[in-house]
Write a protein that binds this ligand. Sequence first.
Ligand SMILES: C[S@@+](CC[C@H](N)C(=O)[O-])C[C@H]1O[C@@H](n2cnc3c(N)ncnc32)[C@H](O)[C@@H]1O
Length: 375
Amino acid sequence: MNVPDRIERMLDEIQAVSPRSKWVLSALRAVPRHLFIPSIAQGFVGMEEREIIIDRDADPDTWWEVVYSDSVLVTQLDDGATEIQLGATGFTSSNSAPSTVADLLQWLDPEPGHRVLEVGTGTGWTAALLSHVVGETNVTSIEIDRANAEQAAKNLVAAGVQPHLLVGDGAYGFPGHAPFDRVHVTCGIHTVPYAWIAQSRPGAVIVAPYCPGFGLNHAVRLVVRPDGTAIGRFPGFASYMMMRSQRWAGVTAVDPEEARDFTTTVDPRTLAYAPAGADLAISALTRLHSHTYREPGFFRMWVMGDSDRWGAAAWEPKRDYYDAYQIGDRAVWQEAVDAYFRWVSWGEPGRDRFGMTVTPEGQHIWLDTPERVIG
Ligand SMILES: C[S@@+](CC[C@H](N)C(=O)[O-])C[C@H]1O[C@@H](n2cnc3c(N)ncnc32)[C@H](O)[C@@H]1O
């Protein structure tokens, strides 16, 4: 199958999820994805998202098949310390799933001639897509990892596009190319760096994966106001690997003797499988983050405040009470449960009813109107 046919098949797949504008599709047609994928990468295939290592030399058919599918392609593990063939889970760079790329572009809505700041060059694919829309001289893309940045520069040359590429911490933006009309962020954040707003013109749009860490993640779309603040809502789902400076610290290993054991009547799956609106509410009310593990007949949910204050609750079938424990002096499980039931008492508002305001002093999450701040 030739490349244009493969691209059309990929577009059919992502259009089936939700229809995108013509300009998004024409950018995806103009910038072939395979130019940005290394010969070995980690993909996820099928309904069950089975992990697969694709190797262009060993099995070119599978490589081409997966590259032109809606799979994310992981290109770096543990900041480069682990070989991609090992297929471990410390994902630190990737070429994002085409449907997610299309969503973020759609929400960003750049116009020809717009000046765009991109944070997280990765493989360079989205920098090339943005260059196609606004013109390569208008795109400034920053990547923190030098090896990724060098490979992206090569990929972009091969694709015949040359946006401005910088190696550094994108949290600081790049005042030298400000003011920006659009800020396209392709690494997860829990806190919006104010520099992006300070360097944007009034009316500018910032789209970023907002990953507060409790349950599902969300795209946030902010509009910059003339007073130097930004406001916006969560148009949909976006899950990305975290910006380096905003990664969650691991938990401190403790002697099991130090754990305070208790039982809970609340099934941990009630919180873990709650809709996106509950996740936004719980994270805003508590600033807790979570992690889950599931296997047939067993489910555990960890709830973390910080490295020294965390806990977990586990579901097992045919139990009236579920075992739970807490490390440190914060009742993290109870806080998460209380926040969940506050969300229930508000009428279980969906993701679309929440919003965010960012000022130089910090950010707030609100429900329905900016005056009803919840966290
Ligand atoms: C999901 S990948 C980006 C995908 C990319 N847009 C593409 O088209 O391939 C996330 C990237 O963000 C980078 N990153 C993480 N923290 C960063 C930071 N503070 N500043 C700039 N880049 C960062 C990672 O090294 C990684 O390459």
